[in-house]
Design a protein around this ligand. Structure first.
Ligand code: 5AD
Ligand code: SF4
Length: 492
């Protein structure tokens, strides 16, 4: 299961210091990283910025100012490569502009498009100096040096252990303050081979980081002020990492260990596959106060015929039974999912089965996509491709239903008191934005010095995408008795 896609985003300068820059102060070079796709890419972009910091690179959000540009790409849906090529066209113009004033600009393409396209990228877009796949970004300094000597560099090896070891090496470095919520990659790749999906080809086979590597990184985050960690993996609940005694730990056991770390008061994980939701992980939802009541558990379709054609290896009944067990363990859990409409062979009845599944589950939110043919995947050459206009109509219908469910779920929070992790300033002065236990943004009036604290908040109003809250006490709930999610009428 791939991570939930975000809208394209730039990586803000990392505040995590990775040692003293090699270049003298005042002589810092600027790196502009643009991130496409899922949270895994957001995490990778942050780590690329970290790797480049000791080389004298400082992050910039201004493309015109960049000595080095990196596009961290996503290949999950159609036209991904074409979008990268047109972005490279725009970058070429900026590079030419800079050249007029004697300034150079190096260009790198990273991520899954880099992995899939390889050399083709620098052939079609000669301004690209460097192509680096998702498992090789820790080699960036060396690769850049080669590129600086005028060589076209393409590095798309699948040496994931080397990448994970490098990440752990970073744990030795001193740490400054970090944002209250952070991602932590625990596994990469996928062995599921759903017939629509490129991930097993672009990210490779499933590999889990060791327990020790993860615990050290989480401890380091906690000491840098991180309160909430989201464990990332394309198929995160397939996690099976090695512990110090040689035993293999699943995700449930890993979460229990991370819950012991002082200061880490909120744990999340994404994205999960229904087949890998084992009893231990479900039990962790009942046991761990810090494991947030939110689960992204994509089902993709509600039709058994389509699930089989997708090679999902579960039926709709399996999914319902699984949700019953999860809801028994965590009754207030918010469910989220991914849906694909118009997979080859999907009839009106198959689509109706998906709509029926959604009605029965009642999601808090969900992501939905029109099926797109990904070259190299089995789905791309299947008969009975569904016409575009049919896909569009089905997607609109499905999204209307999800939107109604999301509104109903949000509205059901009105009047509740819940813990909110305050993360950043809001749009208006005096306003902060935080996150509810169910991953909804919450806006409220509060002073900036409360950023990074977890506060008891009463939900007083519901907007289209966020909740509006009122601060109850102004003291971190983890320093006091702690307010759990409960209707206001029962809270005091
Ligand atoms: N077409 C449409 N949607 C896709 N996804 C993955 N591959 C495709 C495809 N070929 C969706 C799935 C996945 C999410 C991240 O992207 O729903 O869970
Ligand atoms: Fe997720 Fe299936 Fe793709 Fe694996 S192959 S990442 S399980 S959609």
């Amino acid at each position: 299961m791939t991570s939930r896609p975000n809208k394209d985003q730039q990586t803000s300068p990392s505040v995590d210091t990775a040692g003293e820059p090699k270049a003298a102060k005042g002589n810092l070079r600027k790196v502009f990283v643009r991130t496409y796709g899922c949270q895994m890419n957001v995490y990778d972009s942050e780590r690329m910025t970290d790797v480049l910091a000791p080389e004298g690179f400082e992050a910039t959000e201004d493309l015109n100012d960049a000595d080095l540009v990196i596009l961290n790409t996503c290949h999950i849906r159609e036209k991904a490569a074409e979008k990268v090529y047109s972005e490279l066209g725009r970058i070429r113009k900026v590079k030419e502009e800079r050249a007029k004033s004697g300034k150079d600009m190096m260009v790198g393409v990273a991520g899954c498009v880099a992995q899939a396209e390889g050399e083709e990228i620098s052939r079609r877009a000669p301004i690209v100096d460097l192509v680096v796949g998702p498992q090789s970004y820790h080699q960036l300094p060396g690769l850049l040096e080669k590129a600086r000597q005028g060589k076209k560099v393409v590095e798309t090896e699948f040496d994931i252990d080397a990448k994970f070891n490098h990440l752990s090496g970073q744990a030795e470095k001193p740490v400054l303050k970090r944002a209250p919520s952070a991602f932590l990659t625990v596994q990469e790749g996928c062995d599921k081979f759903c017939t629509f999906c490129v991930v097993p080809y672009t990210r490779g086979a499933e590999v889990s980081r060791s327990v020790q590597q993860i615990v050290e990184e989480a401890e380091r985050m906690a000491s840098a002020g991180v309160r909430e960690v989201t464990l990332l993996g394309q198929n995160v609940n397939a996690y099976h990492g090695e512990a110090a005694d040689g035993a293999t730990w699943g995700l449930g056991r890993l979460l229990r260990r991370l819950a012991e770390i002082d200061g880490l008061d909120r744990l999340r994980y994404t994205t999960s596959h229904p087949r890998d939701m084992d009893d231990d992980l479900i039990a962790a939802h009942a046991e761990l106060k810090s494991l947030m009541p939110y689960l992204h558990l994509p089902v993709q379709s509600g039709s058994d015929k389509i699930l089989k054609a997708m090679n999902r290896r579960h039926t709709r009944e399996d999914y319902f039974r699984l949700l019953d067990r999860i809801r028994a363990a965590a009754p207030d859990i918010a469910l989220s999912g991914d849906f694909i409409v118009g997979f080859p062979g999907e009839t009106e009845q198959d689509f109706e089965d998906t709509m029926d599944l959604i009605r029965r589950v009642e999601y808090g939110s969900a992501f939905s996509f029109k099926y797109s043919q990904r070259p190299g995947t089995p789905g791309a050459t299947m008969d009975d491709q569904v016409p575009e206009d049919v896909k569009s109509a089905r997607l609109a219908e499905l999204q209307a239903l999800i939107s109604d469910q999301q509104k109903a779920f949000n509205a059901s929070r009105r009047g509740m008191i819940c813990d909110v992790l305050l993360e950043k300033t809001g749009r208006n002065p005096g306003q902060l934005v935080g996150k509810s236990p169910w991953l909804q943004p919450v806006q409220l009036d509060a002073q900036e010095n409360l950023i990074g604290s977890i506060q008891a908040v009463e939900i007083v109003d519901i907007g289209s995408n966020s909740l509006f809250g009122r601060l109850i006490a102004g003291q971190d709930t983890f320093d006091t008795a702690g307010a759990a999610a409960a209707p206001a009428s029962q809270a005091g």
